[in-house]
Every structure is written in structure tokens, then in C-alpha cells.
Ligand binder design. Structure first.
Ligand code: SF4
Length: 94
């Protein structure tokens, strides 16, 4: 069973079928735990995932509020989104 089903609307995309977190070997890994050790375990699964890039883009585009997505925690995603926002605020270089 795809792990996203429990917590959110699953992404309607083909890449979810290849998700490493949906494979039996990822069973028992908690992608939505607030504990650092479990977040690290989830990130290890993501690091082996063939669709990490697609998953990461989805999470950033849809502002996923919880969980590890594409190897990123919520704090990681905030950091990336803030960097992107700050870059766009500066405007063109003169
Ligand atoms: S990158 Fe991580 S959260 Fe995303 S589909 Fe792959 S294993 Fe699941």
C-alpha cells in the first residue's frame, strides 16, 4: 500500500508506482515521525528512491505540511522555499 494514502491526497502521478517508500523493504519506516532518528531512517529510503526528484518537486509545489518527501523534512523544505523567495525578491542584477 502506498504510504501517502494514510496522511494526504496521494499525488496523481505515475511516479508514485516506483516510490521506494511503497516497497515492502520500507515497511515499518515512519515518514511522518517528528523524531530525528526516524526522520533519518526515512531519508535513507529516499536516498535510494528512483523518483526522488519528482517527489521533491511535488512536495515543494504543494507545500506539504508534514513528513519526509524527496529526502527533505519540513524544515528542509522551508529552507529551500525561503532561499527561492529571497532570490526572487532581490530582482535582476545590475
Ligand atoms: S523520495 Fe522518499 S518519500 Fe518520495 S517517493 Fe521516494 S521514498 Fe517515498
Amino acid at each position: 500500500m502506498f504510504r501517502f494514502d494514510y496522511y494526504c491526497e496521494p499525488p496523481a502521478a505515475d511516479w508514485t508506482e516506483k516510490a521506494a517508500c511503497a516497497q515492502p523493504q520500507a515497511q515499518g519506516v515512519d515518514f511522518f515521525s517528528p523524531h530525528r532518528e526516524e526522520m533519518t531512517e526515512a531519508k535513507k529510503v529516499c536516498a535510494q528512491c528512483p523518483v526522488m526528484s519528482e517527489c521533491r518537486s511535488y512536495a515543494l509545489d504543494t507545500f506539504q505540511p508534514i513528513g519526509i518527501w524527496g529526502g527533505l523534512s519540513l524544515a528542509d523544505r522551508h529552507k529551500i522555499l525561503n532561499q527561492h523567495r529571497n532570490r526572487n525578491r532581490r530582482g535582476p542584477l545590475s
